[in-house]
Design a protein around this ligand. Sequence first.
Ligand code: N01
Length: 535
Amino acid sequence: MNDSNTEYVDVVVVGAGVTGLYAVHKLRGLGHSVRGFERGDDVGGVWYWNRYPGARCDVESVDYSYSFDEELQQEWDWSEKYATQPEIVRYLHHVADRFDLRRSYTFATSVTSAELDEETLRWTVRTDAGEVVSARFCVFATGCLSSTHVPNIPGAGEFAGATYHTGSWPHEGVDFGGLRVGVIGTGSSGIQAVPLIAEQAAHLTVFQRSANFSVPAGNKPLDDETRRLQKAGYAERRRLSRLSGGGSPHAAHPSATFEVSPDERRAAFEERWELGGVLYSKTFPDQLTDRAANDEARAFWEEKVRALVEDPAVADLLVPTDHPIGTKRIVTDSHYYETFNREDVRLVSLRKNAIERIDATGIVLADGTRVELDAIVFATGFDAMTGAIDRVDVRGRGGRRLKDAWSGGPRTYLGLGVDGFPNLFSLSGAGSPSVMANVVLCAEQHGDWLGDCLRHLDEHGYRAIEASEEAVDQWVAQCRDRAAATLFPEADSWYLGANIPGKPRVFMPFIGGFGVYGEIIADVAASGYKGFALI
Ligand code: N01
């Protein structure tokens, strides 16, 4: 029965980041009525919130861009090899304008619940603005790194200065001029922000719990000729990216680490170091599966980094000893290590001297040292992959909450569907390669798959699609087993939920590679959606 307060649509899409925007464009283009909701007051997703100084993508701009429209691809000019956050937001605004995507969205509005009606197999979606929408399909594109994590440090509420989290940075920016600043956390966000905050602040203290591996970005402006060549080569670039492990056209060395001479090995590491950033983790194909191979990559990295840091005692603290290189995402930095050569920057290792509490004037360490501060920046990461979807009260068959179904870790089939939750889809989330690949191409891969799936349902007269419990069990096991065959489980990373106290230790992404994953989901579609029940 139709309720006059309820709007009826084919699809609700939650999120206006890279993934949600493409889903709206794709599904609308196929003739579906689509309603989008977004917590921020404009498009951008992770790039809307993460406005901290130095925020920059670690995938080259030429690759971190949509491929679905040739004109879009040819008309947009990236200014740098690695785009800054403001430039990526400008790009996403351009995409939203060009394809008129904002008209499908309500902004500054959070979806609070989604409840299945088991008779109609439709979803009732409610928002914090009191809107009620009934949708045949409910699509979560809520992002893997959008639920910020602030650690529970005693006394934090007493601090008299300003506090910030890199993942929800003030839109008007922050002026650290003349201030004593503390940054807690040395993941990608902290490592990117530290050099810029150091330039502004009167004094900076970096509180490091775990040292991280970072490789200089080798960022540079793009000139007209480079852009022309990139655009002319786009077709091949995208073809290689779609076949690749990480969704970019760069392939690992054709030989394994110890199949080449020491000189050749060194040359390969040098070449990757010069290329810059996260790609260093895949110089050789066995680097993330073979301990000795990983040690070779780590030793070369250590030599490079020690050469950048003047004080050997500080360098000792900056070299990680607790995880193989690449098993946490290698950070792509600009002048991070050199920042510790400054007189006005100090590194505190929390492994040697933990934070005991925060008080009105700053941070008190276990040995009683007080670090007086005017501002504290939490660069302490996210409740990754499941945090954002967990905030929504999602109830499937029998009123079962998704949060409860996932209490032992996220359970999906292909990262797309969940048993007991028919017509609900998760895009670029847990069980998919998104965070291990170029998320823009992942967004297109999932959006296209979803579009084909909905067309299949309509063409064959089905009302709904639902993953089987057996298919979900097998996919969860496949994700776990693929990770277990690598060195990744050795790191206490957010891939495993290890950064959030009490979160189950389960490897959440699909680690088999973007290209391999694309083949798997295409094969499922070609088979008539094996592993799913069509209802
Ligand atoms: O978060 P993180 P992030 N006391 O979880 C520390 C992507 N990204 O926002 O390692 C003290 O990696 C924590 O210490 P430890 C990218 O995929 C990409 O930096 O848990 N410290 C760690 O040092 C990235 O991987 C880009 O021991 C505490 C830090 O906080 C992901 O986002 C830019 C603590 C958190 O690091 C997340 O990166 C930015 C505590 N209680 C982000 N709790 C680019 O594209 C946590 N920490 C370049």
